[in-house]
Design a protein around this ligand. Structure first.
Ligand code: SAM
Length: 348
């Protein structure tokens, strides 16, 4: 096993068979060795820096019906909201004063936000804060729409592939197409965005073979950012009562991803912090190098409830900033408030 981990560390690749063997047979001691290697590789690529991004959840309306998600269209118990342009700009102003130089605009797939509205939001933020990067995470759109957002100034786009196993994907997304999700990621890459893919860990019926598919898919796509986090059930979905993904497995996969793609921007996600009070710190020690504290106004925080037990729903942005700063320092890392672009990316 150590030989396999050394091979992964030196060559940044393993075959499907080797990855499966690693996932099936790794012991606690080997896992600690792998995490140490992931930490070394992260230190070589980015040093001890952790990039901070201000996250704005600006709408929880969604036309999709992903069966795991608390804001799925058919959840009639979700209390819906949309932020106005003024509310978005006010949250960005707070974020800018707190030091953030990246704003991540995330939401359900909400047709109310037409391309013109999204372009207006991007241009307004960019004209006030030209030194800031904008990341969008608003789901599947046409290539034309993606291009309009890019031309308006959006720099990055997060679109998790969710799972690279077609059957599993289709069982979780009854109204969506596996092929279209992949096409969207390719379109975003072709346009010139820094792209983010990623998946959930511990979905019902998900196997190590599925994780191997995810790892091979990521290695081939080479996204600039990779968001992975545990699946956590939501009480108003069909997966209510199912078991969450574990911290241990998520950390193992994070460390493998750091070794496969040394330069990737890897967030220690909110979901990781929600399944364990020190989950994000453990993620950072296993190779993660991004944290996305919440900048959304307090009065909507509890409504963007993707899963039960989401952390930081009652904390002011300034409190989140302070809390995360303490956690990052205590874990032995330093905060970086620059835009934090991927080292190989330039706007075209
Ligand atoms: N609509 C956009 C999209 O499709 O990319 C972004 C919003 S979506 C709610 C953001 C991410 O939340 C998804 O990519 C999914 O991985 C994650 N998510 C949703 N429900 C979850 C759950 N129950 N447990 C963990 N993560 C979840």
């Amino acid at each position: 096993m150590k030989h396999l981990i050394d091979k992964l560390t030196c060559t940044h690749s393993l075959s499907e068979k080797e990855l499966l063997y690693l996932l099936e047979h790794i012991t606690k001691e080997d896992q600690n060795y792998l995490i140490d290697k992931a930490h070394e590789v992260r230190m070589k690529a980015y040093g001890d820096k952790v990039f901070l991004r201000g996250l704005l959840e600006f709408t929880n309306y969604c036309k999709n019906d992903c069966i795991y998600c608390g804001i799925r269209a058919s959840n009639k118990n979700a209390s819906r909201y949309r932020l106005s342009l003024e509310e978005i700009l006010s949250a960005c102003a707070d974020g800018y004063h707190l030091g953030y130089r990246t704003f991540v605009l995330q939401g359900g797939e909400d047709p109310f936000f037409t391309d013109d509205k999204i372009v207006e939001i991007i241009s307004s933020i960019k004209s006030k804060y030209p030194d800031c990067a904008i990341t969008l995470s608003i789901g599947e759109k046409s290539k034309q729409s993606y291009k309009k957002y890019y031309d308006a100034g959006a720099d990055r786009y997060l679109l998790r592939h969710e799972t690279a196993s077609k059957d599993l994907y289709e069982s979780l997304h009854p109204t969506m197409s596996f092929e279209n999700r992949h096409q969207c990621l390719q379109d975003l890459k072709d346009i010139g965005y820094q792209i983010g893919a990623g998946f959930m860990v511990g979905l019902p019926n998900q196997t190590n073979e599925d994780f191997v598919n995810d790892l091979m898919f990521l290695k081939e796509l080479e996204p600039h950012m990779i968001g992975i986090g545990p699946f956590i059930p939501h009480k108003d979905t069909a997966l209510s009562g199912k078991t969450s993904g574990t911290l241990d497995k998520t950390i193992l996969l994070l460390a493998i991803i750091r070794l496969l793609l040394p330069n990737a921007l890897l967030p220690a996600t909110t979901a990781l912090g929600s399944i364990d009070p020190l989950g994000r710190e453990q993620g950072l020690k296993a190779g993660a190098n991004v944290v996305m504290p919440n900048l959304s106004p307090l009065y909507v925080r509890e409504k963007y409830m993707l899963y039960d037990g989401k952390i930081c729903t009652g904390d002011e942005s300034a409190h989140c900033r302070k809390c995360i700063e303490g956690r990052i320092n205590k874990a032995g890392f330093s905060l970086d408030f620059s835009r934090g672009d991927h080292c190989n990316w330039r706007r075209i």
